[in-house]
Design a protein around this ligand. Structure first.
Ligand code: B1M
Length: 309
């Protein structure tokens, strides 16, 4: 009604009670939820500051959970990440769990989109797009994956890193297009590409797509999280001779196997190439694939071999 700001001496509420800090921080959060603007509180009370960090996260004030994650890195308590400062391989020591430094790998690891694009443009002066992908982007994301697994980076940071990698990749797409990508109409193939059902990782598949197109293959991109039936349907409809499947998780290798089984039944002449971080030649064989491609260039070599070019 009055449009005024409010300030509250939070700990008055617990006067005379046992476990005052518990009551204080519960009161604090309740007041924040009612729109409290400012609090008089004991800044040395970690519980209060922890409650504030969590409140800012839940209320959407802390974009991408950056402050919350930094807080947890600085104040490890039971059940949260260890405050390890061990740097990701090839990256400078992290200040808050995210690696620092000023190269492309660090920009990706820290989820800095504009920075990643700028660093990519600089690298393009001396390196080819493929060299940047294989030498910088893939190792950076591998490193982010290891940090995530070790619980030194968290899901919001994984998402930011993926966005930064995509920004870098957009610059490379422009560079590849300028080099004169093959015309999709006249291209060889076609090759259908899909990330298998249950798996939303598509950076690798998208890289493979652009590189194949650059080598004059026509690509039918079926997207990510693609059910086996959809792959079969596309192969039949387009009379497609080659399918490239991507799987990044241990759990989705089963989905890859399932897709290949259905292809074998319904489209026995199609050749299947598989790739993705978790795959090995052995797992590719287990899934029933014809070929395993370690990277995008390997896909080009295999596809050329299949088509007899
Ligand atoms: Co996730 N993720 N992720 N992730 N992620 C991994 C894969 C993981 C290894 C990280 C880790 O814990 N170390 C782990 C899987 C563990 C496992 O199963 N063994 C994991 C997990 C657990 C998850 C979630 C479950 C996390 C969660 O929600 N709690 C979740 C999965 C959701 C789902 O799919 N249902 C998840 C989500 C995500 C994001 C959305 C945040 C993001 C993806 C964004 C996107 O793709 N649009 C993400 C990211 C970025 C990663 C890591 C860090 C990087 C993946 C990547 O893009 N690599 C990854 C760690 C890692 O891979 N080491 C990880 C770079 C890319 C160029 O490599 O795809 O291998 P890759 O492609 C290469 C080659 O493999 C090959 O060529 C490419 C170019 O050289 N290739 C092919 C790939 N496909 C091919 C197809 C071909 C040929 C070659 O056909 C012709």
């Amino acid at each position: 009604e009055l449009g005024v700001c409010t300030v509250l001496g939070v700990s008055n509420v617990s006067f005379g009670l046992p476990r005052r800090p518990l009551v204080n921080r519960t009161m604090f959060v309740a007041a924040l939820a009612q729109g409290l603007d400012s609090a008089i509180m004991n800044p040395a009370d970690l519980g209060m500051r922890e409650a504030l960090a969590a409140w800012r996260l839940l209320s959407g004030m802390d974009r991408d959970a950056q402050d919350y994650i930094a807080w947890c890195g600085e104040h490890p308590t039971e059940g949260t990440a260890p405050a390890s400062t061990a740097p990701a391989e090839g990256l400078a020591a992290p200040a808050n769990g995210a690696p620092s430094g000023d190269g492309l790998a660090a920009a990706i690891a820290r989820g800095l989109r504009d920075e990643a694009a700028a660093r990519t443009r600089e690298l393009l002066k001396d390196l080819s797009p493929i060299e940047i992908i294989e030498g910088h982007i893939v190792p950076a994301l591998d490193s982010v994956g290891r940090e995530y697994e070790a619980r030194r980076l968290f899901l919001p940071q994984l998402i930011q890193a993926a966005e930064a990698a995509k920004a870098a990749f957009e610059c490379l797409k422009e560079a590849l297009a300028a080099q004169g990508a093959g015309s999709r109409e006249e291209g060889r193939g076609p090759i259908a590409l899909a990330t298998v059902y249950g798996d939303v990782h598509d950076i690798g598949k998208n890289i493979v797509k652009v590189i194949l197109e650059n080598y004059n293959f026509k690509v039918v991109d079926l997207g990510k999280d693609v059910p086996p039936e959809r792959v079969v349907e596309a192969v039949k409809a387009g009379n497609i001779p080659i399918v490239g499947l991507s799987a990044l998780m241990t759990t989705t290798v089963a989905s890859m196997k399932d897709t290949i089984e259905q292809l074998r039944k319904e489209c026995p002449r199609v050749k299947v190439i598989v790739g993705g971080a978790v795959l090995t030649p052995d797992l590719a064989q287990y899934a029933g694939a014809d070929f395993y491609a370690r990277d995008a260039m390997e896909s080009v070599r295999i596809a050329s071999k299949i088509l007899g070019a």
